[in-house]
Design a protein around this ligand. Structure first.
Ligand code: ADP
Ligand code: MG
Length: 741
């Protein structure tokens, strides 16, 4: 079938939009923004792919919106042609079987060549009975059944006395095979062009399979023949098709094996995506490394004061990590280091020591937390230590009062504030430091590669220390952080005891509550985690509010509640009461999953544990066992448990090794969930699946390095071809780090 689509106007608005950007900041953080107008235009050859899907036949604004939700996860942005192309089929419908009416199998999809015999409309006044069309082939009879039929339409598509091909699911009814609302009815001529194998895509409400399938097949026609950016040595031994061909094959599976992620076309596209990601990260790194860093001169007396103020001594790993970081800071190169350490290993302190060092050297430091709650907590724990060391620390979040903001901004500008703690909103606003030298980013795994690029853009001359509490497998570190230097905290502080972990059926809730009563009476503190507070949720999740009311009737005023819908002040108050011991049992949603630190809390109860990811449970469990006291974790599950669910909970009981848990989680659930990015909405891969393509990731990383070694500004022909690849996967931000040319 030949389709013609009118060529859309050329894409010209990009430059204008960027030039209109107001200069937001006047520190060195802002320089990449100012340079933005140098950003190269998207290669013209890609223009057709970046049009709204509205250019496709029969797609209007409403469908474009629905498709946007389906393929981009966005309620506000329309889908573009490229978004459809990267939406993968997960199954197929095979219409190749033509068994003949008499041999049709109940419940199976098949195709029949029927002679149309008779139309039997429902009796007038009884619209609930269907409209029947009878037909036959050489083997026997078959009925076609339609509800709410339009007689005129059916008379036209199924003319009596003629032959039609019909395809759909067969049901046997009173010894006659019938088909209710056939999927396809076509004449012999059209049948020749009808694909007998149809891909099946993940769908969203309001969108029909037919409409989507048609839109995709038009979209595939728009894919231009692009220059090959992959190296022969990668392509040839693997028999991979070229990009255009790979997309065509992706959307035209002929057999189930074509849907396998290891099929050549899928592997090729996955490799493209991985290479684009690795290349973007490598470019960013190259840019940061090239920029002249500043050697920070300090003797370490300030950070020693912090150590002196601690009631404990540093672990061996903490000391090693600090030594590595201090060496980086003293070097006249930029630092880009990942501090990886399991929950409770004491990363915050390492970050604080690094900040103390740069302040001693005469600069300022910023500490970026993923949530308001954590920003406040970090501020509260750091403040006394800063006081002891003579450091001036302040906090700034998106929700502060204007007067506070003003004071903080003034203090930063004049240099009266040494350390600023905040959420990432902090770096988006017009906050200007006098002399920012170091940004510490806590829990960065919650941001994807795109955010990572944006962050680097904001910290051009600044050293960066990224801390992550989720023990991420190496493949994922590479994917999300690229080639960073890595420090690891391998051990927990001395004296920590293993957390006694048990899984208990929710049926035994009463016993759990009795046990809790005893524990709280003896002075312990407990968290009680519920999965969601979403009334609209169809699943029968116990909402935190309900559980709170229920536990309050047992534990009285000692019961607290914290969840994501509360205002920051309310959350703050709830955390403070729990910390001080005013409340002894804190009912919470997963807002406490990451980072929350109340060392004398020793009991963690998780309701509906079977619904959480393993790494998430590990994080939650990490909220206890933060002191030398004995801690326990009770995983309440709803019986009966499936086999996988049981296996998952068992892993938690067996080990506290976050790395092992993360590997298992990756194996059982897929990379998006491990990183918690499904929930936070950060982008994950569209094509690649790390459970299958992990080996390709390693190859892509090496190739990305090699590409930049040979052609640092991507000026050769291949460099330009690879820029196209970056655009295709939305990683063109990285291109502006290359020299224009
Ligand atoms: P995470 O690595 O999960 O972010 P934190 O930085 O929150 O861990 O530290 C966990 C707890 O351990 C905190 O209460 C912190 O004060 C404490 N801590 C940090 N380092 C040590 C240490 N060397 N010895 C004992 N406790 C420590
Ligand atoms: Mg932490």
């Amino acid at each position: 079938m030949k389709r013609s689509i009118t060529k859309p106007p050329q894409f010209v608005s990009l430059n204008l939009q960027i030039c209109n950007n107001p200069p937001e900041m006047n520190t060195d953080l802002a320089s990449p923004l100012k340079k933005r107008h140098q950003r190269p235009m998207r290669p013209e050859i890609l223009t057709p792919l970046y049009q709204s899907v509205q250019v496709l036949p029969k797609i209007g604004p409403k469908l474009a919106g629905l498709l946007g939700r389906l393929t981009r996860g966005s309620d506000t942005e329309e889908a573009r042609v490229i978004d459809l192309l990267f939406h993968r089929p997960y199954s197929l419908i095979d219409r190749q079987r033509q068994p003949g009416a008499a041999n049709a199998v109940d419940g199976e999809i098949a195709t029949f060549e029927l002679h149309i015999d008779q139309h039997i409309p429902p009796p007038p006044g009884n619209k609930r009975l269907p409209y029947r069309v009878t037909g036959h082939d050489q083997t026997g009879e078959m009925d076609l059944v339609f509800f709410h039929a339009h007689a005129a339409y059916l008379e036209k598509t199924l003319p009596v006395g003629e032959t039609r091909y019909v395809s759909g699911t067969v049901e046997w009814f009173r010894n006659i095979p019938q088909m209710v609302h056939p999927d396809h009815i076509v004449s012999a001529e059209d049948f020749a062009a009808m694909p007998l194998v149809e891909p099946v895509y993940p769908m969203t409400g309001g969108l029909s399979r037919k409409i989507f399938g048609r839109a995709v097949s038009y979209a595939v026609d728009l894919v231009p023949d692009l220059p090959e950016w992959l190296d022969k040595t990668i392509l040839e031994p693997r028999n991979w098709p070229e990009f255009q061909q790979a997309l065509i094959q992706l959307h035209n599976p002929k057999a189930l094996s074509d849907l396998e992620p290891i099929s050549p076309h899928h592997s090729r596209l996955a490799y493209d995506e991985l290479l684009a990601t690795q290349l973007a990260l490598a470019i960013t790194r190259q840019k940061m490394k090239k920029q002249k860093g500043v050697s920070r001169a300090f003797s370490g007396t300030t950070s020693q004061k912090i150590i002196a103020a601690l009631p404990f001594s540093l672990t061996h790993s903490q000391t090693t990590a600090i030594t590595q970081i201090e060496a980086d800071l003293r070097k006249p190169e930029r630092m880009l280091r990942l501090l990886q350490g399991d929950v409770g290993s004491g990363k915050t302190l390492v970050g604080l020591m690094a900040m103390a060092d740069v302040v001693e050297a005469g600069f300022q430091a910023g500490f970026m937390a993923p949530t308001e709650l954590l920003a406040r907590q970090h501020f509260q724990t750091m403040q006394p230590l800063c006081d002891a060391a003579g450091l001036r620390i302040a906090i700034l979040t998106g929700k502060d009062k204007q007067s506070h903001r003003k004071a903080v901004i003034g203090g930063l500008d004049s240099g009266e504030i040494d350390i600023l703690v905040g959420t990432h909103a902090l770096f988006q606003e017009s906050v200007s430091f006098r002399d920012l030298a170091l940004i510490v980013v806590d829990e960065q795994h919650r941001f994807g590669v795109h955010q990572r690029l944006a962050l680097s853009a904001k910290g051009v001359a600044v050293d960066v220390l990224v801390m992550t509490a989720t023990p991420i497998p190496r493949t994922l570190v590479l994917t999300y952080f690229g080639d960073m230097d890595v420090s690891k905290l391998m051990e927990k502080p001395a004296g920590r005891q293993p957390i006694d972990t048990r899984s208990v059926s929710q049926d035994r809730m009463d016993d759990v509550i009795i046990g809790l009563q005893r524990a709280l009476a003896s002075g312990q503190k407990a968290y009680w985690v519920c999965p969601l507070v979403e009334e609209a949720e169809i699943l029968d999740l116990t909402s935190a509010e309900e559980r709170f009311a229920n536990l309050k009737s047992v534990f009285g005023d000692g019961t607290g509640l914290v969840h994501g819908r509360m205002t920051p002040a309310e959350k703050d108050a709830a955390m403070r009461s729990f910390k001080s011991g005013e409340t002894r049992i804190l009912v919470a949603t997963t807002v406490i999953e990451v980072g929350v630190d109340v060392p004398d809390a020793t009991i963690m109860v998780v309701e509906h544990a079977e619904r959480f990811g393993l790494s998430q449970l590990h994080q939650l469990r990490g909220r206890v066992g933060r002191s030398t006291g004995k801690s326990s974790c009770i995983l309440l599950y709803k019986a009966p448990l499936g086999e996988t669910a049981r296996a998952r909970l068992n892993i938690l009981r067996e080990t506290e090794d976050g790395f092992r848990i993360a590997e298992e989680d990756l194996r059982l659930r897929g990379e998006g969930e491990v990183l918690g990015i499904r929930q936070s909405g950060a982008p994950t891969f569209r094509i690649a699946d790390l459970q299958v393509h992990a080996e390709l990731l390693e190859i892509a990383r090496k190739e990305a390095r090699l590409i930049l070694q040979r052609d640092p500004d991507m000026q050769t022909q291949r460099g330009h071809d690879l820029r196209i690849l970056l655009y295709l996967f939305g990683l063109d931000e990285a291109i502006r780090y290359l020299k224009a040319g």
